[in-house]
Design a protein around this ligand. Sequence first.
Ligand code: FES
Length: 149
Amino acid sequence: MSELSADPSRRAFLVGVCGAALLGAGLGSALLAGDAVAATGIRRKKNGQVVVTVAKVPSLQATGGRALLGTVKGTPVAVVREADGSFAALNLACTHQGVTVNPDAAGWLCPAHGSKFALDGAMERGPATTNLAAYPSRWDVRRGTLTVG
Ligand code: FES
């Protein structure tokens, strides 16, 4: 189940400029403006890295879940839970011309020219010709954290 479910508790964790953010139709680009703000399980370090404590982020508990981090060191980033249960950070800058993609029901949609990407960033429809890029991250198995940036 994705965070786009009707369950409002799954939406409340998301990060926005004022710490209040929702995922839903048409809201994605607004959520990604500005720096990430701490939400349950997500905190920004002084060096600009963002640490995601996966167990505390409701949307990351199920395969296909995601959490928008806002910008990390100037790059729009999300964390996704992949089919194998691992977590990955994704650069949300469209690989066509760099516009920030928005979440949609099954992945990511670019508002500029309509490129579509799967949840894991795989390009599904152009004009983009390449996948969304991975963003540097490091998994700490002992802490259950993903450090992004
Ligand atoms: S910038 Fe995304 S499709 Fe053109």
